[in-house]
Design a protein around this ligand. Structure first.
Ligand SMILES: [Zn+2]
Ligand SMILES: [Zn+2]
Length: 333
């Protein structure tokens, strides 16, 4: 099924015509619970990874004394999805209850010191994602992260890998995976994607000062929140990237280590549409989805939850060889 974002209930360019020249395309990925294969674009799905290429690991220190078992998290999610179509007041069976209990946090005696195999976060084929940046000859982008976010420097360990799908003749299966992870919220549940290109505009604190001041005054007068209409929520590729807190006056774009202004590549968003849907980002196909009853909720089927933060991955426009720039940003969407 495709996903179709309806027209914004309020066109910000009708109020502020100068925004028209700042319009950027962004591809909303619309992840939905499913069973993707290595041949599919996915979130949390299996990666088309060559058998003879080492699987990436994180070797930073992980000072944690409480973890969850990945296999238990996966089993628990499986049951939750199956229960999705059953009456909401139907109590879990004793067997289901046992699986849910097993997925809870467990104390460990010492910090987790082994190298940690990274988890697949996303795999994007250029054929599926309009506007996907790719080096010459590549047609597949793969993103992985460390399932422990609590590093010394607070920065998540993210690996970005481009490749040419045709060059993968033998696939690594099954890939290594960590026995335990920090939180179940850091395990992206398998989702298929329904990419859709839409338009977005800079967040209020990315605007040139004069326009930004007028937008803030308009917000005061009308009670509207500009970002809700200008910035696409959820998991996406490209666009303007930064959705910083309203409290910050300005948001300078992050820079690569080489000095170049980095470009937004991939955003791990919060929910796929604003809670009260003021910006009207809920796809028409999901109009009847009942967010309260569904598990996973209709608007956040990856089950990834980074608190109130988005994770943004930027790439250097000078070279695909330069490491990605990673930002965790408090989001007001
Ligand atoms: Zn790590
Ligand atoms: Zn660079």
């Amino acid at each position: 099924m495709t996903r179709t974002t309806p027209p914004r209930p309020l066109d910000v360019t009708a109020v502020f015509p100068e925004l028209a020249m700042m319009a950027r395309s962004v591809t909303r990925l619309h992840p939905r619970s499913g069973s993707p294969t290595v041949e599919d674009s996915s979130v949390g799905g299996p990666l088309l990874w060559p058998q003879d290429e080492p699987w990436p690991t994180c070797t930073r220190s992980h000072e944690l004394y409480e973890v969850v078992e990945l296999e238990a998290v996966r089993a628990s999610h499986h049951i939750s999805v199956a229960r999705w179509s059953r009456p909401e007041d139907e109590p879990p069976t004793p067997e289901e209850r046992a699986v849910f209990d097993r997925s809870g946090p467990k104390k460990i005696d010492s910090p987790y010191t082994d190298p940690v195999p990274l988890l697949p976060v996303a795999q994007l084929y250029a054929r599926d994602v309009p506007g996907l940046p790719c080096p010459d000859g590549a047609d597949l982008l793969q993103i992985l992260w460390c399932p422990f976010m609590d590093h010394d420097d607070d920065i998540p360990a993210v690996r970005v890998r481009w490749r040419c799908a045709d060059q993968v003749t033998a696939v690594l299966s099954p890939p290594p995976e960590p026995a335990v992870i920090e939180l179940e919220d850091y395990w992206p549940a398998p989702c298929v994607l329904h990419p859709e290109q839409v338009t977005e505009y800079p967040a209020v604190n990315q605007l040139p000062a004069a326009v930004g001041a007028r937008v803030r005054a308009w917000q005061e007068d009308t009670g509207h929140r500009y970002n809700e209409f200008a910035v696409a929520p959820g998991w996406k590729v490209g666009g303007w990237g930064v959705v910083p807190s309203d409290e910050r006056d300005s948001a300078d774009p992050p820079r690569c280590g080489c000095g170049a202004v980095a470009e937004p590549l991939f955003t791990v968003g919060l929910a796929e549409w604003n809670g009260h849907n003021a910006g009207g980002w809920r796809p028409v196909e999901d109009a009847d989805a009942d967010d309260r009853r569904c598990y996973p909720p209709a608007g956040s089927q990856t089950t990834v939850d980074l608190g109130d933060e988005e994770l943004q991955i930027y790439r250097c426009p000078e070279s695909y060889e330069h490491p990605p720039v990673i930002a965790r940003v408090y989001s007001t969407l």
